[in-house]
Ligand binder design. Structure first.
Ligand code: SF4
Ligand code: SF4
Length: 164
């Protein structure tokens, strides 16, 4: 499905909010050689519902994946890249709780060191604002809930393995 007018406004605002906000106050890419940007032609970042992109897109039945080969115009990078390695979790009361996204564990040192790192409050605040914006759109809100359910399932499986 294409982007609705409402989604267009949401993505414009979200991209603006996260244009120059980064997880640390310094460039975290120097820690890891920008390992979250070392994808190939087969891997990529999931796009949010209707999210526009200039990157090549692989479509599955219900998901769209932006493929970058590790290179993109920073000002046009997907929303998933802008919020990485965090995710806005929708709470039962409708609020947003910004937490580390455990899906980034294999890629991002910040995920593995989350308790030892002082993250940028400005960045976390902006990811929360973006989560609130996304919740104004039914499809985007449903997508957030779907992803957070997948994360919870993955964590439950990982916990069962580590308990063995
Ligand atoms: S992998 Fe993590 S630490 Fe490295 S550039 Fe990406 S977000 Fe920053
Ligand atoms: S789209 Fe850009 S920011 Fe995102 S993983 Fe690829 S190179 Fe990195």
């Amino acid at each position: 499905m294409g982007m609705t007018r409402k989604q267009q406004r949401i993505y414009q605002k979200a991209f603006r909010l996260l244009r120059d906000a980064t997880p640390l106050r310094t460039d975290c890419g120097v820690l890891c050689g920008s390992s979250c940007c070392s994808g190939d032609d087969e891997t990529g970042m999931l796009l949010f519902p209707g999210e526009p992109t200039a990157l090549r897109v692989i479509e599955t039945e219900d998901r769209r994946l932006a493929v970058c080969g590790g290179v993109c115009d920073r000002n046009a990078r997907p929303l998933a890249c802008r919020i990485f390695p965090f995710f806005p979790f929708v709470q039962p009361d409708g609020g947003i709780d910004v937490r580390i996204d455990p899906r980034g564990r294999g890629v991002c040192p910040l995920v593995r060191m989350e308790h030892d790192v002082l993250f940028s409050h400005r960045f976390l605040h902006r990811v929360r604002r973006v989560g609130e914006l996304l919740c104004r759109d039914g499809a985007c809100r449903a997508y957030l809930l779907e992803i957070q359910q997948e994360i919870a399932q993955q964590q439950a499986i990982a916990a069962r393995f580590s308990a063995k």
